[in-house]
Design a protein around this ligand. Structure first.
Ligand SMILES: Nc1ncnc2c1ncn2[C@@H]1O[C@H](COP(=O)(O)OP(=O)(O)OP(=O)(O)O)[C@@H](O)[C@H]1O
Ligand SMILES: [Mg+2]
Length: 387
């Protein structure tokens, strides 16, 4: 089976290399009880938890496993180790879907055990309560934020809903409330009447969200407002945050096309996002704007996502005095997190036909570069948090 779209939590850093080798396509997070005082407060829900019985004190691991049992969306769990303390075995079998495995074992054994545990979960699909939210914004106007948000959303939907994928739903939310372009790029209907819903934001629920959503493709919905020049003054900040809360419950991935100009709700949206992509061009003014925006956000939201700068419309052969990547990174005073090749024909043709570049020009380098970016952002969820 494919592990794309599944979230795996690995407890014990010694187990990490095997887990990454066996479940490469999953979003893997590693925590190390030996290095952290406690496993309590682990917020990120997982579909599968792999626990190394030798990674920490039995009491600590047992409390952690008991906390999994208490969760509404119980994950599957696999306990491994050379010696498996009875207390931990008893605790793990209290979970609905669990197994134990003696070390040493091979990558193939782990693959089989994890596969059969997740297969049981696949009946229900990945838990929805913990969707992943990525925001995309431009450093300057016209940098390509909407194009990149559309392509990332379409790429994720294809990964989840394509052949062999785990299934799952993706929403592209266009927060350019007055004159968003995502619906025009996708040839889709803009049906999100958020101004009307602003009178009582708490009434925004799953069924209203359904009415707001337009289906773009299997697995991808668009939430976008019809054109209204006064929308930014009409829509209450609470309506925006409520909409996103409900969307995060209904979808596995929420991709936000975030307006470049700061709104009263912008910082709330960014701090609630798992990733923030700042799209820039390879021109000096755009690079300076990207650097300023990234530094402002880092100062204002020290606990927010680290802005990731993506350079768009990179020419394969550079004509004229465009900065090199090294010069760009000097101007940015940081590394760029990705680059998207320029392909005007593919971008224009897809926008004119209505649909993603991945759909109309699947061989475009834009599609390849977006795929790489999405893979890197998904893999970025791998990290040793307690290190
Ligand atoms: N990699 C690319 N290669 C060629 N053309 C591109 C690329 N990315 C975006 N474009 C084109 O650049 C133009 C601006 O893109 P887009 O609308 O995505 O930018 P934006 O940052 O969302 O703009 P705005 O500030 O108006 O919201 C569009 O015509 C789009 O087709
Ligand atoms: Mg845009």
């Amino acid at each position: 089976m494919s592990f794309k779209g599944w979230r795996v939590l690995v407890v014990g850093r010694n187990l990490a290399p095997l887990a990454i080798a066996a479940l490469a396509e999953a979003a893997i997070e590693v925590v190390d009880p030996d290095r952290s005082e406690t496993l309590g407060g682990l917020s990120s829900p997982a579909d599968l938890v792999l626990i190394d019985a030798e990674s920490g004190p039995v009491g600590l691991l047992q409390t952690f496993i008991d906390s999994l049992t208490a969760q509404t969306n119980q994950p599957a769990a696999l306990l491994v180790g050379q010696t498996l303390p009875a207390a931990l075995v008893r605790a793990i079998f209290r979970l609905g879907r669990s197994d134990v495995m003696e070390s040493p074992f091979a990558v193939a054994d782990l693959l089989r055990a994890a596969g059969s545990l997740l297969m049981e979960a696949e009946v229900d699909g990945p838990a929805k309560s913990s969707s992943v939210c990525w925001s995309v914004t431009g450093a300057v106007g016209g940098a390509g934020a909407t194009t990149i948000a559309v392509e990332m959303a379409a790429n994720l939907a294809a990964r989840l809903s394509g052949k062999g994928g785990p299934g799952g739903r993706v929403a592209l939310v266009d927060l350019n409330l007055a004159d968003g372009a995502a619906h025009a790029y996708l040839g889709a209907h803009a049906a999100m009447h958020l101004a009307e819903a602003s009178a009582s934001p708490e009434r925004i629920d799953a069924s209203l969200l359904d009415a707001f959503a337009s289906k773009v493709s299997s697995g991808l919905d668009l939430l976008a407002c019809p054109r209204d020049p006064a929308a930014f003054t009409k829509v209450a900040p609470r309506a925006v945050t409520r909409l996103l809360e409900v969307a995060c419950q209904a979808y596995d991935f929420v991709i936000i096309d975030l307006p470049r100009h700061r709104q009263s709700w912008s910082l709330d949206v960014i701090s609630g996002s798992d990733e923030l992509v700042v799209v820039s061009e390879l021109t000096v003014p755009a690079l300076i704007a990207a650097r300023s925006l990234a530094s402002e956000l880092e100062a204002e939201l020290p606990d927010g996502p680290r802005p990731r700068i993506v350079l768009n419309r990179l020419a394969s052969r550079v004509f004229g005095p465009a900065p090199s990547l090294a010069e760009a990174e000097r101007a940015l005073q940081r590394k760029a997190d990705g680059g998207i090749t320029s392909d005007w024909e593919a971008a224009a043709a897809s926008a004119n036909l209505g649909g993603s570049i991945g759909q109309h020009r699947p061989k475009s380098k834009i599609v390849r570069d977006i795929d790489g970016l999405v893979s890197r952002l998904t893999a970025a969820r791998v990290g040793v948090r307690a290190a």
